[in-house]
Write a protein that binds this ligand. Structure first.
Ligand code: G3P
Length: 413
């Protein structure tokens, strides 16, 4: 039996899903055994993959988060495009079966699909219904705009509760999706999609106002910072913080915890022209490393074909909150009545596909995006620690990121 190593970053409820998928696939045939290995957070998993590649011992499949896409595309000789893996193995592969916004994000300029869109997400607002009741807020009416969200957070705090709001992923949610959803540029060159050396635009007056408000609310704990990736989830699950913008793919843990929670759209600013626009694909995709024996790729292809079936895709979407990768799975979920029975579960798809994207909202691509996020996180943390104001933080983030992008782009020119 040939083992197929699959490195991933899924913890909690999503980890169980990954384990179950591998078991299920392994039971369908005897030639291959998919072995999932948890390698830590998304940034940790990507770093582990790069180190393993350098040591000539990469896994067959690695899960890389949205912003690692540019890094992987830049390492073209290290990877084998998923379209080739599937075609060479004689698997029926038609790009048009997949959700268009997702597939274009994971395709090369010539249209070749490079990675498998395993878990795409959109950020939504989670809220604790009991906390809303305690604060005299309507538990069936989540705030729609950022000003309403901050008002609700203040009321929750004023009702004697410990924290109105926290957030996961400050960069992904409050910078990248913030720009797309409010139809503002994140960077020049269609957010880096048409140039290797874009300049960031994340220090507009609305960006500054948003972060200055978060910093003000952080002072008395109305807002509580909770970390750079998904760490803040524990503050919501424990009941400490009543609201939390977080990935749609985080829903499995809330369900598992038996919480009485509601979900709403990602808030926006009503004065932003065209807002709410559309969100951009988050989550991760599966990349295949090059240089493995040809026979192994047959197993990888079989596994991806298994993952693409309508039955598996529908289930994955319904259990995890990630978007279905294929249109067929979306249609099947609609037909089954799932969205009527589970209000709010169509939100991530509607947020991403509800409007045709503008040049501000197709996606963000930088050759060194994980590094740029680190820079932004440092500046945001200094802001929330009271060391600088929002204008300084965002101006610094722009200046430092632009310099880092220019430096990183040299390797590709
Ligand atoms: O929590 P996920 O898997 O939806 O990922 C969120 C962000 O897109 C990661 O960069």
């Amino acid at each position: 039996q040939t083992e197929i190593q699959w490195w991933h970053a899924m913890s909690g409820a999503n980890n169980e899903t990954v384990e179950n998928l591998a078991k299920e696939f392994n039971a369908t045939q005897t030639e291959f055994k998919v072995v999932p290995v948890y390698k830590g957070t998304y940034p940790e998993t990507l770093n582990a993959g790069i180190a393993a590649f350098r040591a000539r011992q990469p896994p067959h499949i690695i899960q890389v988060f949205d912003v690692g896409t540019g890094v992987m595309m830049g390492a073209r000789s290290a990877i084998k495009p998923v379209a080739d893996v599937l075609k060479e193995a004689g698997q029926n592969f038609d790009k048009s079966n997949y959700l268009s916004g997702i597939v274009s994000y994971y395709s090369a300029a010539d249209g070749t699909m490079l990675s498998f869109p395993f878990n795409s997400s959109s950020p939504i607002l989670y809220y604790n219904k009991a906390s809303f009741r305690k604060a005299g807020l309507d538990p069936e009416a989540p705030p729609k705009t950022w000003p309403e969200t901050f008002e609700a957070a203040k009321k929750i705090k004023a009702s004697g509760q410990s924290c109105g709001m926290t957030t996961t992923w400050p960069t992904w949610i409050h910078l990248e999706n913030f720009s797309a959803w409010n139809n503002l540029p994140y960077a020049t060159g269609e957010n880096g999609l048409t140039t290797l050396t874009p300049e960031l635009k994340i220090n507009s007056p609305l960006n500054i106002r948003h972060f200055q408000t978060l910093a003000e609310l952080q002072k008395d704990g109305t807002f509580q910072y909770g970390g750079r990736t998904s760490e803040a989830k524990s503050k919501f699950l424990s009941g400490e913080c009543a609201m939390m913008p977080e990935s749609s793919g985080g829903i499995g843990d809330m369900v598992k915890a038996g919480m009485d929670f509601g979900t709403g759209n990602l808030p926006y600013y009503p004065e932003a022209t065209g807002a709410p626009q559309n969100t951009i694909p988050g989550g991760a995709s599966l990349w295949v490393f090059a240089g493995k024996p040809a026979a192994d790729y047959k197993g990888v292809a079989q596994f991806f074909t298994f993952l693409s079936t309508t039955e598996v895709q529908s289930r994955l979407h319904q259990v995890s909150g990630y978007l279905p990768a294929t249109m067929a799975a979306y249609e099947a979920t609609k037909k089954s009545g799932f969205y009527e029975k589970n209000p709010g579960r169509e939100i991530p798809i509607q947020q991403m596909m509800g409007k045709a994207p503008t040049e501000n909202s197709k996606g963000v691509r930088l050759v060194n995006m994980p590094q740029v996020r680190d820079i932004q996180n440092e500046e945001i943390e200094a802001l929330l620690n009271g060391k600088q104001d929002a204008k300084t933080a965002l101006d610094n983030a722009v200046r430092r990121s632009n310099a880092a992008i220019l430096e990183a782009a040299k390797a590709y020119q």
